[in-house]
Ligand binder design. Structure first.
Ligand code: OOB
Length: 539
């Protein structure tokens, strides 16, 4: 059984193979390339995992899962933090043709429930130390709702529970991997989303592997690369741009930080002689502030390259990176759906400071559309449209949504507003999708509005972005209520439904009615304007 997904049309698939982008190798090739090496591959707070251990442990875990009935076409729900086990589990599942959804560690009951409902997982591998699993309330609910969920394996298990470490360290004899076909689904990425339920993105071995190798080339990762992963390990950016998978491919070492704060990261950078790391813009601000206050820039002397992406980096902040950290900046504009753009290491200073780079592949087709879907000339702002050898062709089981975000030629409309210059470099100018980008963390407005509207006293709710100096954007909920209700009550209401903390509105504004557009939709542009006016008055 293989997992359903929207394939690329045959003629494009042929072209991608002919050009050598699609190599017809499974992603598990990455864990096997250096299998004989005892060099460190991944270092976390608890252990140093060598390349040979990574290969062996993932074999052993796979053998244990196989003994529990795992087979190709199964799915698994995974929630692990920044630890070596994330990749032991990832490769073990892929070796069996089992496709995981890797939830972010910040995700709570609501997100996990939505993912489970979509993939109907046979396996759950999660951290018992995560607050939602500290008791059995949520877990029992999940099991009751999903009879197909037959095996749970815990990182940090309670007594007498099936523990992850005890499985992957158990010796096995002669395990033979059976990954899914290279042009089929390897795993699911998470969409930042703009709809009520978070969407899943099927990624095939071929397309994902190509994006990794392309990224490794562009970023010049080698066996000497020492990468610090300070972002959530399950996010597409530190997984594959070039991320840990890129480092593993090249033979370097990745060090996992539990968070991106300067207090956590500076010491790790100094201790492990880190050469490259990836951040979102708010973390860059905190790093620069720490450097100024503590005068600790010496600790960062091994750092050669700082990648910044996930949200728009202002030119002024960008300029401070080479000047104050003393390393090179690379802007990264990517999306879990596929397309990733980088400024190149040899680009001139102005290009690196003011653009979000250009695509990985010569066969990434990116153009800018006006509201009617007609192509716009260079340097004109419009909708980003793209297709290519590693950009997906449809969300998992979402025909209606797919009909709305792909055109008839299979170009995906990301909801970003961009301009492309004559050299093919992109600048991100804004966004059309109903999403808030809170310092790189994405919030789908509709998801939060739906949850708010479950409150018996709420008639109507609209979530919009407001400008924030540190995070770029924060979220503000406009609420029409039947009776007076306090912001703390609404926050509690949302928390009770179990959503990631970063999705809680930063501000609530209570109002009599929400303004509507001529077609009767909530006029969010007007609401955002109102916030800007408010801000000016309070300044
Ligand atoms: C990355 O992936 P996602 O899926 O969390 O978010 C994608 C969206 C883009 O559509 C865009 O709206 C925004 O995040 N974005 C940026 C940006 N990078 C991402 N907006 C402005 N400037 C940038 N540099 O965020 C992601 C995936 C792979 C690599 C890097 C980031």
């Amino acid at each position: 059984m293989s997992i359903s997904f929207t394939p690329w049309p045959a003629e494009l698939a042929t072209r991608y193979r002919e050009k050598g982008y699609w190599r017809d190798l499974p992603l598990t090739d990455i864990s096997e390339r250096h299998r004989e090496s005892n060099r460190p591959a991944i270092i976390d707070q608890e252990q140093t995992l060598s390349y040979s251990q990574l290969a062996q442990y993932s074999d052993q875990l796979a053998a244990q899962l196989q003994a529990r009935g795992a087979q190709a076409g199964d799915t698994a729900l995974i929630q692990l933090g920044n630890c070596c086990e994330f990749y032991i589990v990832f490769f073990a599942l892929l070796k069996l043709g089992v496709a995981p959804v890797n939830a972010l560690f910040s995700h709570q009951q609501s997100e996990l429930t939505a993912y489970a409902a979509q993939i109907k997982p046979r396996f759950l591998i999660a951290d018992r130390q995560h607050p939602i699993f500290s008791d059995n309330r949520f877990y029992d609910e999940l099991i009751a709702r999903h009879p197909e969920l037959q095996h749970t394996i815990w990182h940090h298990p309670h007594e007498n529970e099936c523990g992850l470490q005890s499985l992957y360290t158990q010796a096995c004899e002669g395990f033979t991997p059976t990954p899914s076909a290279a042009d089929h689904v390897a795993f699911f990425q998470l969409s930042g989303g703009s709809t009520g339920t978070p969407k899943l993105i099927p990624r095939t071995h071929n397309d994902y592997y190509y994006s990794i190798i392309g990224s490794v080339d562009i970023c010049e990762f080698t066996e000497n690369t020492r990468y610090l992963c300070a972002l959530p390990i399950a996010h597409n950016y530190p997984m594959s741009s070039p991320g840990i998978l890129g480092v593993l491919y090249a033979g370097g070492v990745s060090v996992l930080a539990p968070d991106p704060s300067p207090t956590t990261c500076f010491g790790l950078i100094e201790h492990h002689r880190i050469t490259v790391t990836a951040l979102v813009p708010p973390a860059v601000s905190l790093w620069l502030q720490a450097i100024q206050e503590w005068n600790f820039v010496q600790q960062l002397s091994s750092l050669r390259l700082l990648q910044v992406g996930g949200a728009k980096l202002s030119e002024s902040l960008a300029a401070r990176i080479p000047d104050e950290i003393g390393c090179q900046l690379q802007q990264v504009f990517g999306m879990a759906e596929g397309l990733v753009n980088y400024t190149r290491l040899d680009d001139d200073r102005q290009t690196i400071l003011t653009t979000q780079g250009c695509p990985i592949s010569p066969d990434d087709e990116v153009w800018v559309a006006d509201e009617e879907g007609n192509p716009l000339p260079p340097n004109t702002t419009g909708r980003l449209m793209t297709r290519g050898p590693y950009t997906f062709r449809g969300y998992y089981n979402s025909p209606e949504h797919n009909a709305a975000c792909f055109d008839q030629d299979g170009f995906y409309c990301s909801g970003d507003l961009i301009a492309i210059n004559e050299q093919g470099y992109i600048t991100v100018e804004g966004r059309e999708k109903d999403q808030i980008n809170r310092g790189g963390e994405k919030i789908a407005a509709e998801e939060i509005e739906n949850l708010l509207q479950r409150h018996p006293d709420i008639i109507h709710a609209a979530l919009v972005s407001m400008n924030d100096e540190l995070l770029g954007e924060k979220s503000c909920a406009f609420v029409v209520a039947k009776q007076t209700i306090k912001a703390v009550q609404l926050r509690r209401h949302l928390r009770e439904q179990g959503i990631a903390e970063f999705k809680l509105p930063d501000r609530f504004i209570f109002t009599e009615v929400l303004p509507l557009t001529p077609v009767g939709k909530v006029d969010k542009k007007l609401l955002r304007q109102q916030l800007v006016e408010d801000n000016k008055q309070n300044a």
